[in-house]
Ligand binder design. Structure first.
Ligand SMILES: NC(=O)c1ccc[n+]([C@@H]2O[C@H](COP(=O)([O-])OP(=O)(O)OC[C@H]3O[C@@H](n4cnc5c(N)ncnc54)[C@H](O)[C@@H]3O)[C@@H](O)[C@H]2O)c1
Length: 364
């Protein structure tokens, strides 16, 4: 036997990582964003990633504003829609980034809705093993929810958001005025996430919505800005405590366990906000069955959802069986029982384990 000398070396990588970033919410700030980007020098070169709709509405103008500031910027786009939130789209985008000469000193700017933020953030997380990115959300869903927290990724044919990365943006710029071009349907989608934030953590949100349902539905700047400030505060607080979704962040899944399953079972005929609204109401009913939430509070919440024109019941044409099937496929559900975030009362969530398919079936 040859003499064998053992060698062992420890690679020391313990370090302090600061992923902190600011969220700026300011009506009409859109035109000033490039100046702030220049001040912060997030990158030497910028790649705006947007979808085909937002490119026409705001992309071309934003590219010009960037160049007016003397910033080296390019723009690439992908076909709008969840259908295109795929690895194929990301591959195409990163290949275009190579052709455009982007390197490790480049910074990605995600300009668009939640689909754009998820795709562009994911592209940035993997481009040359990771470059910084900025979020400029243009839908209410993206402003109130998806642009904050660093969850990025794409869908697979087998399910939504199955591939992705946690990667925090360097800054989030929110101009509620860009919502003026957003459809009513998309505004309602975002309101569902805002109600969710109110129900899990901030009764002030519920008061604003109850007092100004029409203004909220019309994305009235003052009302929507108030809602966004509160909503971003809720999301930010949760993310600060649990960046990588190891525990507390689960409360953000309130309404989503059943909601996602309904969205899937409806073959996406219900949009995300509608499915989540129904999910919140049904999860409340489950909480009533479990004696966690009072039926009076359950009814009050249902009334609020109706006030902002969100559905609360599964449409009769949707078969119940695939909903239960979809629930078991959800990556957050393990084994025979499910873990749900339920409400004790508006503003106070409770994580409940051991929810069975039977419990869910009873409220569908
Ligand atoms: N990462 C997260 O934490 C997180 C959280 C919630 C949702 N999401 C993801 O977000 C996505 C949904 O986001 P979304 O609802 O913003 O969808 P989206 O990005 O597809 O936008 C909806 C539509 O609105 C258009 N649009 C965007 N801004 C506009 C504007 N200002 N005026 C007119 N039209 C505009 C888009 O082109 C698109 O057609 C889903 O893929 C979901 O998984 C992610």
């Amino acid at each position: 036997m040859p003499a064998f000398k053992r060698y062992s070396k420890r690679i020391k990588l313990r370090k302090y990582v600061d992923n902190s970033y600011s969220i700026l919410i300011a009506p009409s700030c859109f035109h000033q964003i490039p100046r702030d980007i220049k001040k912060h020098q997030f990158g030497q070169k910028y790649c705006i990633i947007t979808d085909t709709n937002v490119k026409k509405l705001y992309g071309e103008e934003f590219l010009k504003l960037m160049r007016d500031q003397g910033l080296d910027a390019t723009m690439i786009s992908f076909q709008a829609g969840e259908r295109h939130k795929t690895l194929k789209t990301v591959e195409k985008l990163v290949s275009q980034m190579v052709q455009l000469g982007h390197n490790r000193k480049s910074c990605v700017i995600a300009l668009g809705g939640g689909v754009t933020g998820d795709i562009a953030g994911f592209a940035a997380s993997m481009y040359m093993r990771g470059i910084p990115f900025i979020q400029i959300p243009t839908t209410l869903v993206a402003m109130s929810d998806s642009s904050i927290g660093g969850k990025t990724g794409v869908d697979l044919t087998s399910g939504k958001n199955l591939v992705g990365a946690f990667t925090q943006p360097k800054k989030v710029y929110i101009d509620p005025q860009v919502l003026s071009t957003l459809s009513k349907k998309q505004v309602k989608n975002g309101l569902a996430e805002i109600v969710k934030h109110g129900l899990i953590s901030d009764k002030g949100i519920l008061r604003i919505l109850k007092k100004n349902p029409e203004k909220a539905l019309n994305a009235h700047t003052t009302t929507i800005t108030q809602l966004l400030i509160r909503s971003c505060r809720v999301k930010g607080r949760v993310v600060e405590k649990d960046e990588l979704e190891k525990g507390l962040r689960m409360i953000l899944n309130y309404g989503h366990s059943i909601g996602h399953a309904i969205e899937h079972a409806s073959n996406y005929s219900l949009n995300h906000g509608e499915a989540i609204a129904i999910g919140m109401n049904l999860e409340n009913r489950l909480a009533v069955d479990k004696k966690i939430l009072s039926s009076k509070n359950c009814e009050r919440i249902e009334e609020l959802l109706k006030l902002i024109k969100l559905p609360t019941r599964i449409p009769a044409k949707i078969d119940r069986k695939p909903i239960l099937k979809a629930l078991t496929k959800d990556k957050k559900n393990q084994g025979e029982t499910y873990t749900f975030t339920l409400l004790k009362r508006p503003g106070t969530p409770k994580i409940v384990h051991n929810i069975t398919a039977q419990d869910v079936k009873a409220v569908l």
